[in-house]
Every structure is written in structure tokens, then in C-alpha cells.
Design a protein around this ligand. Structure first.
Ligand SMILES: Cc1cc2nc3c(=O)[nH]c(=O)nc-3n(C[C@H](O)[C@H](O)[C@H](O)COP(=O)(O)OP(=O)(O)OC[C@H]3O[C@@H](n4cnc5c(N)ncnc54)[C@H](O)[C@@H]3O)c2cc1C
Length: 382
């Protein structure tokens, strides 16, 4: 034990769902203390915006570039999103979304679940959405950014949470995981962890609901994306589309899902190429080489696909690579945690995120929906 008083609730993850949960709890009148713990440098998670320490002006939405709501701002989500719309931090996406053919030509975009319904974007950048939700959270909120949890233990009804070195320990009465890394066996291979932390914290049979939840989480499969980030000077073409979706033959040729184009405040252009996974095993040993291979492969694809654009070789010659970001669980594609397992009362742990079954599953919309019932359950448990 740390000697510090435990907080009433620890929320792991400052992505959309973790931050939306804070906002929802505040709306429901939650008056306890909360610790928000996030491995990244700021809020956003998979809707984060990449900033460069070397280039302060550059902002790249290197994960989800927009939020699509299949039924628009429906009644259930309005309390979460309306304050952001009123503050101008969430606006309708008006820039064009086009398709990309296998010769680099721009075409009409094919239909896709990530483009269905109303399209919204964060202003000035995607990370503003999670940031604003967080700012609407409970009054007694302590934020721990840059803290990657590795250890979870439970003693006398209190959760003890710590990083790999046990340098920082946080105690909490209740715990919510918004990502499933600490509860999913993928960490065994990808991070070479010897155990699944949440499984080790509560022995089998102690909380039957948690046993069921962990079994269900183990069945969730997600895709991997390798996103190459590029910076270019002011481009020779005005009115660029926001996204270029690769049509099937282009996907096959270049191994890319889409290109996201982001004009910067100073006129420069940021581009993010969303690259499919090649299926190689990702381990701490293999990752550095895979990152290099992806960078080479995608730079070559960029050179080929822009060759027919106005300005020709300018696009490839002027592009500066800012490196590749690997998104380990970019979109859940198989399995989901049923809603009735979202809150495991006996051990005081809950789950939210786009991997919870329900509307918008696997997308930003699902991440937002996932907090609604959980917030009610946390209020009852408080
Ligand atoms: C490349 C890409 C493109 C996408 N495109 C779209 C799109 O066009 N439209 C759409 O609707 N959705 C899209 N998505 C999906 C969308 O981004 C997600 O559905 C949504 O952001 C999920 O939010 P979340 O809060 O559930 O999870 P996350 O954003 O993943 O939040 C979980 C947070 O928990 C933190 N965390 C996890 N483990 C730990 C730990 N041990 N210690 C500390 N912190 C931890 C993580 O750092 C992360 O910030 C895309 C995703 C990716 C990656």
C-alpha cells in the first residue's frame, strides 16, 4: 500500500470512451475522486493527434480521422456531444472523401461502414474531442499521462495499479479499463508479458462474472494498421480531399486502406497512409524491422500512386517521412464483450470501449455508446 488514500475510481485510458465516461459521470452527478491513467502524452487514444517535438506546428490525426454516426446525433449521445458542438470542437466534415484507383486516379469513393451516416471531425484536430470530454469530467480528477500500467493487484477490496518498474502506484476502490490490453492474451506475444495482468489479479472462481468477461475478451480479434506519416510543403493543388479510400484493386496493389490529407495552419500538408498488416508475427524483437519494412514499402507506394497527380514527382520528392505508427488493435473485427459483462460488481471492475457489443461496435460511435450503461452502473455502485 502507498499510504495515500485510494481514489474512488481509476479509469485506464484517455481515449474517446475513457473521456466520455468521465463526462457522463459528471453529468450524472458523480462526486467521488477519479484518477485517469493514460500511457500516451495526452487524451485521444486512437483518435489522438500526433504532434512533433521537433516541429511544434505540425498536427497529424494519425488514427481515426473522423467520427461517423450512423443515426446522426441521436437522443442518447446528445448530452455527450452537444456541448462539444456548441463549443465548436465538433463540426460536420465537409471536405470531400474520394476513392483512389489502382493507377492513382481520383474516383468516386466506395461505400464503407467507416463512412456511413453523418461525418464529424474534431476541431482544430481529432484529439480535441477526447480532450473536451475529459474537461467536462468530475471536479476531483487527477490525470496521469505517460503512465503505462503493467501490474494490477487487488488487496482488501482495493485495486493497486503500477507501471512496469513499480515506480508509480495508484490505489483505487473501483477500476475501469477502456482498452483491453491488460485483460487480453495478445500482450503475451506482442509485449512478451508472462501473464494477463487482470487475470493474475483476481484468481479464477473469485468472481464468476469476471471469469466470463475475461473468457469473452480473449475471443476478441482486432486488425493491425501501420500508418506512415508524411509532411510536405504547400502542395501544387488546391481543394484537396480529406480522405482518399483505396478501391479494391488499389488496396491489392499497394496494401493501403486509405490516405488521409490534413492541411496545416501554415499551408503545409500532412498525409497519413493507412497500411494493412502483412500478417507477420509482431513481437518486441520483430517490431523494429517490421516498422522499417513498412516505411520502405509505403514510401514506394506513395511514389507510385502520386506519379500521375498534377506536379508528378513533386509529391514523392518533397515528402518527408515522420515514421510509422503501429496501431495494435486498430479496429475490433471479431467477438465483443456482451453488455451484461461490462460491470463485474463483485470485484469492482468494469470495461468500456469500441469492443463492447452494441450500436457502432468497432468504431468511435461504439466507444461513445459503451459508456452510457456503465456510468449508470458506477453510480449505483458508488
Ligand atoms: C488507424 C485507425 C483508423 C480508424 N478510423 C476510424 C474511422 O474512420 N471512423 C471511426 O469511427 N473509427 C475509426 N477508428 C476506430 C476508432 O479510433 C476507435 O473505435 C475509437 O477511437 C476507440 O476509442 P476507445 O476509447 O474505445 O479506445 P482507445 O482510443 O484505444 O483508448 C484506450 C486508451 O487506453 C490506453 N491504454 C491501454 N492500455 C493502457 C495501459 N496499460 N496503461 C495506460 N494506458 C493504457 C491507450 O493508450 C488508449 O489511449 C480507427 C482506428 C484506427 C487505429
Amino acid at each position: 500500500m502507498t499510504g495515500m488514500a485510494p481514489v474512488d475510481l481509476a479509469v485506464v485510458g484517455a481515449g474517446l470512451s475513457g473521456c466520455a465516461l468521465l463526462s457522463r459521470l459528471a453529468q450524472r452527478g458523480f462526486d467521488g475522486s477519479v484518477a485517469l491513467i493514460e500511457a500516451g502524452r495526452g487524451p485521444g487514444g486512437r483518435t489522438a493527434t500526433r504532434r512533433s517535438r521537433r516541429d511544434e506546428g505540425l498536427r497529424l490525426d494519425h488514427g481515426a480521422p473522423l467520427l461517423n454516426l450512423s443515426a446522426g446525433i441521436e437522443k442518447e449521445l446528445a448530452p455527450l456531444l452537444q456541448p462539444l458542438i456548441e463549443a465548436g470542437q465538433l463540426q460536420r466534415e465537409t471536405r470531400p472523401l474520394l476513392g483512389l484507383d489502382h493507377q492513382g486516379g481520383w474516383a468516386e469513393s466506395a461505400a464503407h461502414p467507416l463512412l456511413s451516416g453523418q461525418l464529424w471531425r474534431g476541431v482544430p484536430e481529432m484529439a480535441a474531442i477526447a480532450g473536451s470530454l475529459m474537461a467536462h469530467g468530475p471536479a476531483e480528477l487527477q490525470c496521469h499521462f505517460g503512465l503505462r500500467l503493467r501490474w494490477i493487484e487487488r488487496h482488501g477490496g482495493i485495486w493497486l495499479l503500477a507501471d512496469a518498474e513499480h515506480n508509480q502506484v495508484i490505489e483505487a476502490r473501483r477500476l475501469v479499463l477502456s482498452g483491453n490490453l491488460l485483460a487480453h492474451p495478445r500482450s503475451l506475444a506482442m509485449l512478451a508479458w508472462p501473464d494477463v495482468p487482470l487475470r493474475s489479479a483476481v484468481a479464477c472462481g473469485e468472481d464468476l462474472q469476471l471469469d466470463q468477461a475475461l473468457a469473452s475478451i480473449a475471443g476478441i480479434e482486432a486488425t493491425v494498421r501501420w500508418n506512415l506519416m508524411l509532411s510536405l510543403p504547400s502542395p501544387p493543388v488546391a481543394d484537396l480531399p480529406r480522405q482518399l479510400w483505396c478501391l479494391p484493386e488499389a488496396q491489392q496493389r499497394w496494401g493501403l486502406e486509405r490516405l488521409v490529407l490534413q492541411t496545416q495552419a501554415d499551408g503545409r500538408l500532412g498525409v497519413v497512409l493507412h497500411g494493412f498488416d502483412g500478417g507477420e508475427a509482431i513481437t518486441p524483437e520483430s517490431q523494429p524491422l517490421l516498422l522499417q519494412q513498412q516505411e520502405r514499402r509505403q514510401l514506394e507506394a506513395w511514389r507510385e500512386l502520386t506519379a500521375s497527380w498534377p506536379g508528378g514527382e513533386w509529391w514523392a520528392e518533397q515528402a518527408e517521412s515522420l515514421g510509422v505508427m503501429r496501431w495494435g488493435a486498430s479496429l475490433p473485427i471479431l467477438g465483443a464483450l456482451p453488455q451484461h459483462l461490462q460491470w463485474c460488481g463483485a470485484s469492482g471492475v468494469g470495461f468500456c470501449g469500441d469492443w463492447i457489443a452494441g450500436p457502432g461496435y468497432g468504431r468511435c460511435e461504439g466507444a461513445l455508446h459503451s459508456v452510457l450503461k456503465l456510468a449508470d452502473q458506477l453510480m449505483e455502485a458508488n
